[in-house]
Design a protein around this ligand. Structure first.
Ligand SMILES: Cc1cc2nc3c(=O)[nH]c(=O)nc-3n(C[C@H](O)[C@H](O)[C@H](O)COP(=O)(O)OP(=O)(O)OC[C@H]3O[C@@H](n4cnc5c(N)ncnc54)[C@H](O)[C@@H]3O)c2cc1C
Length: 375
């Protein structure tokens, strides 16, 4: 199918990747984003070798790498602070780094600039209030009413509106909803020491990671058991995060002393979601966290959303009918996404005593073997 008029709901990582992949295939694009400021919280994200490959396929690799910090190894530390391994990470794009850390704002800029350059109209502070799908035949389409009072007809709609997707609720009302896992994650930015040239992972009851994010910056993440899913008010977040790190390795405790700005702490309860049934209804299809939201234990959530976007664009290009393309897209994506969601949850449950402990190192190697396969 060619020259489709496409609405993408959600201007996050998955929605913007879809805008790029579909824009490169020659479709006409409108992206609506609920947040009028299009704000993104200021910590970073790990993107592994399959994402570097996906960025290459999206045609944005140079801009992506310029905005990121590449690294080719993962260092594993004991809770005592002793380094036990430096594991090389293989690259999937010759001559390019295996993994990168990148600020979420920097990633959004790279993806947003590229989507705009491909002609996507980005409408901020807008949601879809009504989606009226009137059929699968050639003359069919989706009549969409927007929250600003405007309306337009589209050939297809892509719901990339995240883990609490309203599009999912609208088209798949009985589908899974997000479930709290029992764990939360705390993040904070620091200057990057010049010799921090790898992802550093500390195992223990509170798991800690140091992620290089740019030439100057890194972020620290810490996963902690959070029974009862407590609410942490903004005031006092820095002290609460320092408290979570009170028994961490000595070098992490030294960093924790610098966690003093409540506004700089990003805390989030961890949730998971997997939609096992169809990912579309009629001419409306879902991608990213809307259908498979993972905990971050394998660092692959955004990677799965970006790969979804590439596969969706490919399948639309191969098919004469949206529904056939959507079914083929889900068929190609389901197993890999299910694996990431379930394996990440196993690691999470092992860490908080809700299940057997998972050997993180082994799980990461196994995950890499899975995601290095062609998408
Ligand atoms: C703590 C944590 C750490 C993570 N770390 C990593 C990592 O290191 N590596 C990795 O690959 N992944 C990581 N992830 C996962 C990653 O953040 C998500 O998988 C990814 O953001 C999913 O992209 P998305 O576009 O599907 O959803 P989102 O990024 O959530 O984007 C959805 C967008 O839709 C907008 N929106 C919502 N509702 C509407 C609506 N009704 N109308 C219009 N717009 C709407 C939102 O404002 C948002 O901009 C992490 C996740 C968490 C929670």
């Amino acid at each position: 199918m060619h020259d489709l008029n496409v609405l993408i709901i959600g201007g996050g990582i998955g929605g913007l990747s879809a805008a790029i992949a579909l824009g490169r295939a020659g479709h006409r694009l409108t992206v609506i984003e609920r947040d009028p400021e299009w704000s993104v919280y200021g910590v970073g994200i790990i993107q592994q070798a399959n994402v570097v490959r996906a960025m290459d396929q999206l045609g944005v690799l140079d801009a992506f790498l310029d905005a990121a910090c590449g690294f080719d190894a993962v260092e594993i530390y004991l809770p005592s602070g002793e380094r036990v391994a430096r594991v090389p990470a293989p690259s999937l794009v010759p001559g390019k780094p295996a993994n990168v850390g990148i600020g979420r704002r920097a990633l959004q800029k790279v993806l947003g600039d590229s989507a705009k350059a491909l002609g996507a109209a980005i409408r901020l502070g807008v949601t879809a209030t009504v989606l009226e799908d009137d059929g699968a035949d050639d003359s069919g389409g989706v009549a969409v009413s927007f929250s600003d009072g405007s309306a337009e007809r589209f050939d297809i709609v892509v719901g990339a509106d995240g883990v609490y997707s309203q599009t999912r609720e609208a088209i798949l009302p009985g589908a899974a909803t997000p479930e709290f896992t029992g764990q939360g994650v705390w993040r904070y930015n620091f200057p990057r020491p010049a010799d921090l040239d790898a992802l550093h992972v500390y195992n223990g009851p509170v798991g800690v990671g140091l992620v290089p994010m740019s030439a100057e910056g890194m972020y620290l993440f810490a996963t902690s058991p959070e029974p009862g899913n407590p609410h942490y008010p903004r005031e006092g977040l820095a002290a609460a995060m320092r408290g979570k790190l009170a028994n961490a390795a000595p070098q992490i405790r030294a960093l924790a002393e610098q966690i003093t700005d409540d506004a700089g702490v990003v805390y989030r309860p961890l949730e998971g979601l997997m939609v096992h049934g169809p990912w579309h209804k009629g001419r409306v299809v879902l991608l990213g966290d809307a259908v498979h939201a993972t905990t971050p234990h394998l660092g692959q959530g955004a990677g799965m959303a970006i790969e979804d976007a590439l596969v969706l664009a490919e399948e639309l290009g191969r098919s004469d009918a949206p529904e056939a393309a959507f079914a083929a897209y889900r068929e190609r994506r389901y197993e890999r996404c299910r694996y990431i969601v379930e394996k990440s949850l196993e690691i999470c449950h092992g860490q908080i005593g809700k299940g057997p402990q998972v050997d993180n190192h082994k799980a990461t190697a196994e995950m890499f073997a899975v995601v290095s396969q062609a998408i």
